[in-house]
Write a protein that binds this ligand. Structure first.
Ligand SMILES: Cc1cc2nc3c(=O)[nH]c(=O)nc-3n(C[C@H](O)[C@H](O)[C@H](O)COP(=O)(O)OP(=O)(O)OC[C@H]3O[C@@H](n4cnc5c(N)ncnc54)[C@H](O)[C@@H]3O)c2cc1C
Length: 323
């Protein structure tokens, strides 16, 4: 029987798994095909690919800065310098914050943390039951396992659905609103523009990154990631699946109009809707741990909208478990 079953291989799940694996028998399960959750990397071929969700890290807390500095030394993370343009001059420029990215892709941190841990992908947890002093955990493909403790590092609405009847506190009474957004991955002819990213302040298209500028590969085509604003995502993420071509074109046309970059040819597009992109309203606690029944939660939704919040939450949970 497992000591700890961890659901989710994003930053929160991989961080808590890494801490616990030093003293316990731990396994990670994720419904996705690979590591990283919302910091996943979509491979096109070989080293060439797109950061699908998270674009970069800007560490703010002392603890997270020290963790990311270690990862820079270990060549897991590197700086993304380049020319980060603001298309609207009225936007306050945030020059202070450094931009860190994975050396090969933004799921490098999770990969590094999970290096020594057994991970099972395409495994979606669908039901949990408490039996005597352990958990019975059933997955969508009807497989099941037993574990003494269960950690859910998944977005708030999914955690609530699976486990609310086991939570005695007011945790799930909180109004956690997770913003939605649309992302288009785009491959075009090589262009002469030298920018690494564009912050637009438009109502539809919020942010554009040029993946070639992350210097992970050399390629004779340009790779772009176009991200909608939350305002646009809120209205359209639920219905994008039936109109993928339409929404792809909306974001591409905005991109061309705002940046004036000359696109002659499009070689590849892919659109994805993030239903639970991020939570901008922090809770009063960083994580949840019920020692009596061995149930814990961690995730960015406790603390805010960034990857750092997921790491801080997992670290806080580990400190509670250790006590
Ligand atoms: C488009 C986009 C852009 C972003 N840009 C930035 C940025 O530039 N900088 C920044 O700091 N942050 C950014 N973020 C936020 C950042 O990605 C998240 O804060 C962070 O990745 C959250 O990590 P997490 O581990 O808490 O959750 P997740 O990464 O969501 O991990 C949860 C995992 O649980 C799995 N899962 C869910 N339900 C189940 C189930 N029932 N069974 C099994 N597995 C399950 C999911 O597949 C997922 O892999 C961005 C997010 C998005 C979507």
């Amino acid at each position: 029987m497992l000591d700890y079953c961890i659901i989710g291989s994003g930053i929160s799940g991989s961080t808590i798994a890494n801490y616990l694996n030093k003293n316990y028998l731990v396994k990670v399960f994720d419904k996705a095909r690979g590591v990283g959750g919302r910091s996943s990397f979509k491979r096109y071929k070989g080293k060439i690919g797109f950061d699908h969700g998270l674009q970069y890290l800007s560490p703010r807390s002392k603890e997270f800065k020290s963790f990311t500095n270690k990862l820079i030394k270990k060549k897991v993370l590197k700086h993304w310098r380049g020319k980060h343009e603001f298309l609207n001059e009225k936007v306050k420029r945030d020059k202070k914050h450094i931009k860190l990215i994975g050396v090969k892709g933004n799921n490098d941190i999770s990969k590094f943390l999970l290096k020594k841990i057994s991970c099972n992908f395409q495994s979606e947890l669908s039901e949990i039951k408490r039996q005597k002093d352990f958990w019975y955990l059933k997955f969508k493909d009807n497989k099941y396992i037993y574990s003494k403790n269960l950690i859910l590092s998944i977005p708030f609405p999914q955690a609530k659905k699976l486990s609310s009847k086991f939570v005695k506190t007011k945790l799930f009474k909180n109004k956690v609103i997770m913003n939605s957004s649309l992302t288009v991955l785009l491959m075009t002819n090589k262009t002469s523009n030298k920018a690494s990213s564009f912050f637009t302040n438009d109502k539809v298209l919020g942010w554009v990154s040029k993946e070639n500028s992350k210097k992970r590969f050399k390629y004779n085509k340009d790779l772009w990631v176009l991200q909608s604003t939350f305002e646009y995502g809120k209205k359209h993420t639920n219905k994008y699946r039936n109109k993928k071509k339409f929404y792809t074109n909306v974001l591409i046309n905005k991109f061309k109009k705002l940046t004036k970059i000359k696109i002659r040819k499009t070689y590849f597009t892919h659109i994805h809707g993030w239903k639970y992109s991020s939570n901008s309203k922090p809770l009063s606690v960083q994580s949840y741990w019920d020692k009596k029944i061995g149930l814990g939660f961690c995730g960015d939704w406790f603390g805010g909208p960034r990857l750092e919040n997921g790491w801080l939450s997992a670290t806080d949970l580990y400190n509670k478990i250790k006590k």
